[in-house]
Design a protein around this ligand. Structure first.
Ligand code: ATP
Ligand code: MG
Length: 751
């Protein structure tokens, strides 16, 4: 970063006065008085490129919002002349609302305030014909995208089982994120798909989209970039129109977004980006922190402003977060300070398992409520959406209203609804809605035509769809779908036959497996597929708490019913990724365990780079807290649907000792604590995911002996009485004799 052009909020006011004389004469608007000097500079330096590079909670978003208000109020620009990019639609709405509060009046005409995607779509609709589309083009969702790719792969005579459409969709998205049209993809990059045919398929896909008058998500930006590159006069129009460009969360822009911005900003060069390299958490989606470094190159003479005063968090929270992030290499580096009063340290608490963790957090929430905090003041931030299930159940149980931010509630997720639909069909084959949902998921050639035939037959005979299906497959009414439909019915019959013979959790696994549903997500290479698979495992895990399938489904229908809350005051539940930009007085950070956080998949796939991104995610998490941050970990976590002894996250070790208060029952680890801070005797950081010496996950009964003492989440302690395959008969100390699945049982102590 060039020092010459930098100021910090400790500097004296700059001598150069960026505001023209005519305007300087005007009385300074009151909202400027609420800013510190560096912030003020970032607002009033309206002309020329400005990069605000600063840590969490230093007022970057506030600066951006105030800058926008200032531009409008000083009449340097009309609403339609400002392009303001936020990371989510929600953030755009919030910014609009804040501007309204700052300068009053309804913000009419702020038509260019939104996400990269929404703004690009708007631009494209105006000039669609120039990129070969019509202005009413359709924006394809993931499913449509995959369906189309499937056709293309099939026509190319490529083995679809080996080279799946979802895999190709992932590649194409990556290329689009990098701003690569088919003719720009480096030849080597498509080697990985169908012996180098990837690029050609990508080209065909783009051609087909044009015929369908459609664009996928990645196209919105890519087509815009092409529009600008090929039509100089249109680009100039937009460059003239956008007198000022403002970008929040700049550290998470990908290459395509960067190119897009650069094209639009090169005209007037009044671009102001705010960001924090330590909060770059979307590398897996193609975001490039390097964009921050490139800024000064592409916009020579850019003013770089650093904000160092944090207004959000108390000293311990800020110090804990700063200490943690200092373990990352290659940071741009910054100092943060606060003059908020010293308050509580960051808490680190260990519990037995995930259920106890949810209980503890929700007890705290109730306690804070009694202490006159509102639910809106509190947030639970999880690493993976699968973790939400346990918290949602507990919150529902206690009648605490909550909202899930950035995604659906656990039981409303598409993959969970699909899985539940399968289970509902087995429990009750006449459940038409459920049957309709799963009939062609995964795709098995039972599309609209078949469904229509089934509906007609069902109506005529006044029977359910599955019954109609049984009749139809005896006829020649649906020659094409006959085989697929009989296979499906045969599968359902088989599963129904298993209801009383195997444990319902096992049945659920079989169903998800044999139906091809799990495989469908496994074959998908998109970024959210692994999370969906985790959610499915969590669903099966949650079933273990119930006696049987019917009991579980009954519970689900009650939970779903309870799900709608219109309360104004609600606890917020979200993933760390969704938490960017937010702040709450009280923040709970559960699941800080090796394997879960840092997440094993990220470590496996991206090594050190992945670890650093996870650490930034932890930094984002802690810095959401204004007054209280409560980190927790469980000694036992059912990861990947198997019990595992979890170790506290290495991130816990990296928190500066003087800023945390550790509350861990040493009994949790059988008297000896795991390595690291929590065990001052042992040297070295915590590096392994599971306790190497102790129990490993038990995929089957192989590791069990008759008479061994075990622990089961629902039934507690007991001794093994009989072993049959992966099923154990156990005499529980409290619950009596029960038959359970080995993988849900954990060895405990010696025989
Ligand atoms: P993040 O990196 O998390 O996105 P940020 O840098 O965008 O954080 P803001 O959300 O803008 O920070 O500000 C953090 C908090 O500090 C907000 O509550 C904001 O209102 C407050 N704040 C910022 N600047 C000031 C100021 N000059 N005086 C008082 N409060 C301020
Ligand atoms: Mg912000």
């Amino acid at each position: 970063m060039s020092e010459v052009n930098s100021v910090t909020d400790q500097d004296a006011p700059s001598e150069e006065e960026p505001i023209p004389l005519s305007r300087r004469a005007m009385a300074e608007p009151p909202y400027l008085a609420d800013l510190n000097e560096a912030q003020r500079q970032a607002v009033v330096t309206t002309d020329g490129p400005v990069l605000v590079l600063a840590g969490a909670g230093t007022g970057k978003t506030r600066v951006l919002t105030t800058r926008l208000a200032y531009l409008l109020q000083t009449q340097q620009a009309w609403p339609g002349q400002i392009l303001a990019v936020t990371f989510t639609n929600k953030a755009a709405r919030e910014m609009q609302e804040r501007i309204r509060l700052l300068i009053g009046g309804v913000m009419e005409g702020m038509q260019w305030l939104g996400t990269f995607h929404s703004i690009s779509a708007k631009i494209l609709r105006r000039h669609a014909e120039l990129v070969g589309l019509k202005s009413n083009f359709t924006i394809l969702d993931d499913d449509d995208q995959v369906r189309l790719l499937k056709q293309i792969i099939k026509e190319a005579n490529i083995d679809q089982n080996r080279w799946t459409a979802r895999h190709l969709a992932g590649l194409i998205d990556n290329w689009k994120n990098k701003g690569l049209t088919p003719d720009r993809v480096p030849a080597g990059e498509s080697q990985s798909f169908a012996d180098g045919k990837g690029i050609d398929l990508y080209r065909q896909y783009q051609e087909r989209l044009k015929i369908l008058n459609a664009a996928d998500f990645g196209d919105l930006l890519l087509e815009c970039i092409q529009l600008f590159q090929k039509n100089a006069s249109i680009l100039e129009d937009f460059q003239r129109r956008f007198k000022y460009i403002l970008v929040d969360e700049y550290q998470d822009t990908n290459v395509a977004q960067y190119l897009w911005l650069r094209l639009l900003a090169q005209g007037r060069r009044n671009i102001c980006c705010v960001g924090d390299d330590d909060q770059s958490i979307y590398g897996w989606r193609g975001a490039e922190v390097d964009n921050i470094l490139r800024f000064e190159k592409d916009f020579p003479g850019a003013r770089v402003i650093r904000l160092e005063r944090n207004y959000r968090s108390t000293p311990h929270i800020l110090a804990a977060a700063s200490g943690l992030i200092s373990a990352n290499d290659g940071r741009l580096g910054k100092t943060l300070w606060t003059d908020l009063p010293e308050q509580e340290k960051v808490y680190v608490r260990g519990v037995w398992d995930g259920e106890e963790e949810a209980r503890m957090v929700c007890d705290d929430i109730e306690q804070y409520q009694r202490d006159d905090r509102t639910l809106n003041d509190m947030a639970i931030l999880v690493r993976t959406s699968a973790q939400m299930r346990e918290f949602e159940e507990r919150l529902i149980n206690l009648g605490i209203p909550y909202r899930v931010i950035g995604g659906p509630r656990f039981y409303e997720r598409a993959e969970i609804r699909d899985a539940l639909a399968y289970l509902r069909v087995i429990a009750q084959p006449d459940d038409d809605l459920a049957f309709e949902r799963i009939m062609n998921k995964p795709r098995r050639g039972l599309g609209k035509v078949t469904l229509q035939a089934l509906h007609i037959a069902a109506r005529a005979e006044r029977i359910s769809l599955t019954r109609a299906a049984r009749q139809l497959i005896e006829t020649d009414e649906i020659p094409r779908a006959k085989k697929a439909l009989s296979d499906l019915i045969a599968m359902i019959d088989r599963w129904c036959g298993l209801i009383d013979t195997i444990p319902h959790t096992e049945l659920a696994e079989i169903v998800l497996d044999e139906s091809g549903y799990t495989a469908m997500w496994q074959n998908e290479k998109s970024a959210d597929a692994p999370g969906r698979l985790e959610n499915l495992k969590e669903l099966v895990h949650s079933m273990a708490e119930f006696e049987n399938l019917a009991g579980f489904l009954e519970h689900i229908s009650l939970v779903a019913d309870n799900n709608q809350s219109n309360a104004e005051d609600q606890v917020s539940l979200m993933t760390l990724h969704s938490a960017k930009g937010t702040e709450f007085p009280v923040v709970f950070l559960p699941g800080w365990e090796e394997g879960l956080f840092p997440h094993q998949r990220t470590l496996d796939e991206n090594g050190l780079k992945g670890l650093e991104e996870e650490r930034r995610l932890a930094y984002v998490g802690i810095t959401r807290a204004k007054e209280v941050a409560k980190i927790s970990f469980a000694a036992n976590r059912r990861l990947f649907n198997q019990w595992a002894n979890a170790l506290p996250s290495r991130f816990i070790d990296e928190l500066p000792e003087k800023n945390v208060e550790v509350m861990v029952d040493t009994g949790l680890y059988g008297g000896s604590m795991p390595a690291g801070r929590l065990n001052q005797d042992a040297a070295g950081p915590i590096t392994s995911r599971f306790d190497q010496g102790g129990a490993t996950p038990n995929p089957d009964a192989a590791g069990f002996d008759i008479g061994a003492r075990v622990f089961h989440q629902k039934f507690g302690y007991g001794r093994i009485d009989m072993i049959e395959g992966n099923k154990l008969t156990i005499k529980f100390e409290k619950a009596g004799k029960k038959k359970v699945i080995a993988s849900f049982v954990e060895r405990h102590g010696s025989v």
